[in-house]
Design a protein around this ligand. Structure first.
Ligand code: SAM
Length: 162
């Protein structure tokens, strides 16, 4: 497969997963955490498909398209090892969806980040909350949920908090 087709498939799968995750929480109140602003693509999509939800965004730096930067009140700027615990304390039981897209090219670092996110998140999650992630994250108290049709196994991961 050409690299162009590969990128297109990856982004289509990501969009399908975000759309499915939004659908999975449609009957719940609750806020959204977007972990990994990057250039703001997925943040922009999440706010488009969930215009009435509050979305809080995490990144260590702002490198997003100017139109895809959240206001200061919805931005946790800094290393998630410092900012995520503060957000969890603030949003206890109020989070309906977490989208984590912080994968790097470093597998060891990815594993460390995934382990940290998984162990830190649970107090923030409301019953039925979805954790959608680009890396496998073991979140205590959650079970795996199937991916949307056509998304290859291990391309994305869905967990639902019980
Ligand atoms: N979801 C984004 C999008 O669609 O544009 C892409 C996110 S990009 C793949 C990953 C982002 O995670 C980068 O912007 C990086 O700065 C951020 N990141 C990685 N490790 C981090 C950490 N420990 N703390 C805060 N941000 C981190």
């Amino acid at each position: 497969m050409s690299r162009l087709n590969s990128v297109i498939r990856r982004l289509q799968a990501q969009r399908d997963c975000l759309n499915a995750a939004a659908e999975m929480i449609k009957d719940q109140d609750g806020i959204v955490l977007e972990v990994g602003l990057g250039n703001g693509r997925t943040f922009d999509h999440l706010r488009e498909i969930m215009p009435d939800r509050e979305i809080f965004v995490f990144d260590r730096q702002i490198a997003a398209h100017p139109k895809c930067i959240p206001d200061d009140d919805h931005l946790f700027l800094g290393d998630i090892f410092e900012t995520l615990p503060k957000a969890v304390e603030r949003f206890k039981g109020k989070v309906a969806l977490v989208h984590s897209d912080v994968g790097t090219g470093d597998e060891d670092l990815n594993a460390k980040i995934a382990s940290f996110i998984g162990s830190t998140l649970p107090p923030a999650l409301m019953k039925g909350a979805i954790v959608a992630s680009d890396q496998k994250i073991d979140v205590p108290g959650t079970i795996a949920e199937p991916l949307p049709e056509g998304v290859p196994k291990d391309r994305y991961f869905f967990r639902r908090y019980q």
